[in-house]
Ligand binder design. Structure first.
Ligand SMILES: NC(=O)c1ccc[n+]([C@@H]2O[C@H](COP(=O)([O-])OP(=O)(O)OC[C@H]3O[C@@H](n4cnc5c(N)ncnc54)[C@H](O)[C@@H]3O)[C@@H](O)[C@H]2O)c1
Length: 337
C-alpha cells in the first residue's frame, strides 16, 4: 500500500494537528472527514483538501479507499467509533484518553485484535524531544533512583463543555493528566499504589472533579506527584505550570522557553555540589510532535508492524486516572494490580 487513505472522525480543535500532519505527507491522502456539525466537517475538508465530508461517520467507514482513521471525537464517543472502524477493517489512531471506562477500553482492544487492525493511542509526548530527553535523563541514573517527579498546572479548563462533564470527558484527571499517567508509566514502569485528594471547584453546571492532587507510586519506587485544576473561573484564567524531578543525586529543572530562534533548549541539573549542568536537546514545537506521531503510525501501517503505543497502554493510563478519582472519593489508597 503506497498511499494510505485516511478518514478523520471529529473535526474540532485537535483534528487540526492530525490533518496538518497528514496533509504534509506524500504517502497519505485525506479521503474524507466527518463531524455531526456540518460546518465543522465542511470547514476542515476545505481547509485541508479532503475529497469528501460527511456528517455520519458510518458513511466514511464504508468507503473502501479509507484504510485508516483518526478518532478525534469527545472521549465518551471513542469506543463507538473505534469499534465501528475496526469492524470496517480500518486501522485506528485514537486520541487520548482511550475511553471513560476500562470495560470500554477492553471492548475496543478486542475489536481491533479480532479485526486484525492496528490500534494506536495518541500519547503524543512519546514523540516529543523534550519529554524523551526527560526520560533519558531519569533512566541514565544521574539523579539517582528512585526519583520524585512533581508537577502543578492550573487553568479555567478547555472551552468545550464536554471536557468537564463527568460522563463525557471526566475532567483533568482523566483528560489532561492522562499524558502524565502514561509518560510516568513509560518512564518508571508499572504503578503500584495511588493516593489522592480531589474535589469539584468550578462554579456553574460542570459535573467532573476538576481540582486536586495525586501521588502515584510505581513498583520501581519512583513517584509522580501531580496537582491540577480546571476549576479556575471564566474561560481564560491560567496559572504557571511548574515541574521538576528530584532524586538522591540531584535535582532537575524543566526548561523554560528557548531563546528566540534557537533550535536547542536545556534541562538544568543541579548536582550534590550545587553545580548546575545544562542538559541539551533539540527543541521541537507542538506540530512537529504530531508530525512524528503520524509518521510512526503511517510507517507501521506500511511496514505491517504494531505501533509502539497500543490500546493496552491507553487502558493502563486510564486505570491510573480512575484510581486517582477513586482514591480521591474514598480518601483511601488504591492498590493497582
Ligand atoms: N493530544 C492532545 O494533547 C489533545 C489535545 C486536545 C484534545 N485531545 C483529545 O482529542 C479529542 C477531541 O478533543 P477536541 O479538543 O478536538 O474537542 P472539540 O470539542 O474541540 O471537538 C470535538 C468535535 O467532535 C465533534 N463531534 C461530537 N460528537 C460527534 C459525533 N457523534 N460524531 C462525530 N463528531 C462528533 C464535535 O462537533 C466537535 O467538532 C478528545 O478525546 C480530547 O481529549 C487531545
Amino acid at each position: 500500500m503506497s498511499t494510505i487513505g485516511f478518514g478523520v472522525i471529529g473535526c474540532g480543535g485537535i483534528s487540526n494537528v492530525h490533518l496538518t500532519a497528514l496533509s504534509k505527507r506524500d504517502d497519505a491522502r485525506i479521503v474524507c472527514v466527518s463531524d455531526i456539525n456540518p460546518d465543522a466537517a465542511r470547514g476542515q475538508a476545505e481547509k485541508y483538501g479532503a475529497g469528501k465530508w460527511v456528517t455520519d461517520a458510518n458513511e466514511l467507514l464504508a468507503m473502501p479507499e479509507v484504510n485508516a482513521v483518526v478518532v478525534c471525537t469527545p472521549t465518551f464517543l471513542h469506543p463507538e467509533y473505534v469499534i465501528a472502524a475496526a469492524k470496517a477493517g480500518k486501522h485506528v489512531l485514537c486520541e487520548k484518553p482511550i475511553a471513560m471506562t476500562l470495560e470500554d477500553a477492553d471492548r475496543m482492544i478486542a475489536a481491533c485484535d479480532e479485526a486484525g487492525v492496528f490500534f494506536m493511542i495518541a500519547f503524543v509526548r512519546r514523540f516529543c524531544n523534550e519529554w524523551l530527553k526527560l526520560r533519558e535523563i531519569i533512566q541514565s541514573g544521574v539523579l539517582g533512583r528512585p526519583v520524585l517527579w512533581r508537577g502543578v498546572s492550573g487553568s479555567s479548563g478547555p472551552r468545550s463543555p464536554w471536557f468537564l462533564d463527568a460522563q463525557k470527558g471526566g475532567g483533568p484527571f482523566i483528560d489532561g493528566c492522562v499524558h502524565d499517567w502514561d509518560f510516568a508509566r513509560f518512564t518508571f514502569g508499572e504503578p503500584e499504589v495511588v493516593l489522592a485528594s480531589v474535589r469539584h471547584m468550578k462554579e456553574g453546571d460542570s459535573t467532573s472533579l476538576d481540582t486536586g492532587s495525586a501521588i502515584v507510586r510505581f513498583q520501581s519506587g519512583d513517584e509522580l506527584m501531580r496537582s491540577w485544576t480546571w476549576g479556575l473561573p471564566g474561560t481564560a484564567c491560567r496559572t504557571q505550570s511548574l515541574s521538576d524531578v528530584i532524586g538522591p543525586k540531584g535535582a532537575l529543572r524543566f526548561p523554560g522557553a528557548p531563546a528566540q530562534g534557537s533550535k536547542t533548549n536545556s534541562f538544568i541539573l543541579t548536582d550534590g555540589e550545587g553545580v548546575e549542568h545544562a542538559l541539551e536537546y533539540e527543541h521541537t514545537i507542538g506540530q512537529e510532535w504530531f508530525d512524528a506521531q503520524m509518521d510512526h503510525f503511517v510507517t507501521c501501517i506500511k511496514e505491517g508492524r504494531q505501533p509502539s503505543v497500543t490500546g493496552l497502554d491507553g487502558k493502563k493510563a486510564l486505570a491510573i486516572a480512575l484510581a486517582v478519582l477513586e482514591a480521591g472519593r474514598t480518601h483511601k489508597p488504591v492498590v493497582l494490580g
